[in-house]
Design a binder for this molecule. Structure first.
Ligand SMILES: [Zn+2]
Length: 330
């Protein structure tokens, strides 16, 4: 019998609905961010990870944004690695996160004499604090100082070999697909939300109609050449357009960057739709939050909630945000 309510006249309650019980696990699923640059964020931003249920993260000590000089010298890259390592214990203690570091040569600006770095990466890769080789992978167009495709392939393949030798996962960025992104026609300033002078971008070295897919194809070839198993490679910045190709044609993990949809066009709903269609295997979520661009750390938790709303089982949600990254990092 329908419940009776002591309201003055019938309300919506009389018609039932809205009483479905919510699984309590939904609000306690821990999550792991396999790709961010949290060492470049503020204390307050890092606290948001803990507040929204993050258990563990891998902070990429790689990026061209934080070296003032272009082309980048080997010691500039070493500084980024050493800075991330140096700050790791305090970040772990302050925010009660099981944080680790990723070590890699970013291809966003040419790095001179990169052999010197390749010689020492194995020593870093052997550290307990280092959980991944990253972020690496081909870049469509460099900042200030261009880097040929052949050299980018060389530096990427040799880092994938180091990942294979040390049984570490490799985290690879893929080019942003800006085709459908609408930016205001500004007289002053570049992309809103991005602290990067786009007028200094160099000519693209990936020249097909669809550079994101071109990069994925080459990265996957390089992985095979390096002998790295597919389940140890992550393709970052995936979106709804490329995800089916990656799921159907490769054996790699794919990771959705959810914290800056204004640039990459990836919403929590997109992730939920792909998981609902393809299942949770090989899918990851990441924030890639960094001090150079406007990002929303809470978007990760929002993605968990949205997957539930889209009808994904709690067990499958847990697999995407926790079991998959745990397996990758272990
Ligand atoms: Zn990144």
């Amino acid at each position: 019998m329908a419940q009776e309510y002591p309201t003055q006249r019938p309300t919506d309650l009389e018609h039932g609905g809205g009483e479905e019980s919510i699984p309590t696990e939904l609000n306690s699923i821990p999550w792991i961010d396999i790709h961010n640059h949290a060492q470049t964020l503020s204390w307050n931003d890092r606290e948001k990870f803990t507040l929204s249920g993050c258990e563990s993260m891998v902070m990429m000590g790689a990026g061209y944004y934080w070296t003032p000089y272009k082309p980048v010298e080997p010691e500039d890259v070493r500084y980024l690695w050493d800075d991330a390592l140096n700050r790791l214990p305090q970040i772990r203690q302050s925010h009660l996160l099981d944080a680790k570091v990723g070590i890699g040569i970013h291809t966003g600006a040419r790095v001179k004499d990169y052999d010197q770095l390749l010689d020492v990466i194995p020593e870093y890769a052997a550290l307990d604090e280092v959980a991944a080789i990253g972020e690496i992978g081909l870049t469509e167009a460099q900042h200030v100082s261009g880097w040929s495709l052949e050299e980018q392939k060389d530096v990427t393949r040799r880092q994938l070999e180091i990942a294979a030798d040390h049984d570490l996962p490799a985290i690879l960025h893929t080019p942003a697909d800006l085709e459908d992104v609408e930016f205001p026609d500004r007289i002053r300033g570049n992309i809103p939300g991005y602290e990067l002078d786009l007028s200094l971008q160099q000519e693209p070295v990936l020249t097909s109609d669809y550079p994101k897919r071109e990069a994925v194809e080459i990265d996957v070839e390089l992985k095979d050449d390096a002998g790295l198993p597919g389940d140890q490679m992550v393709l970052s910045h995936m979106d709804k357009k490329i995800a089916p190709y990656v799921l159907e044609n490769t054996d790699c993990y794919l990771s959705f960057t959810v914290s800056y949809p204004w640039l990459l066009g990836v919403s929590p709903t997109d992730v939920a739709e792909i998981v609902a269609e393809y299942g949770p295997d090989r899918i990851l979520v990441e924030t890639d939050s960094a001090g150079v661009l406007r990002s929303d750390i809470f978007a990760f938790k929002r993605t968990i909630l949205e997957m539930y709303r889209m009808g994904v089982d709690v067990e499958d949600i847990r697999q995407v945000v926790y079991e998959n990254p745990r397996e990758l990092l272990d």
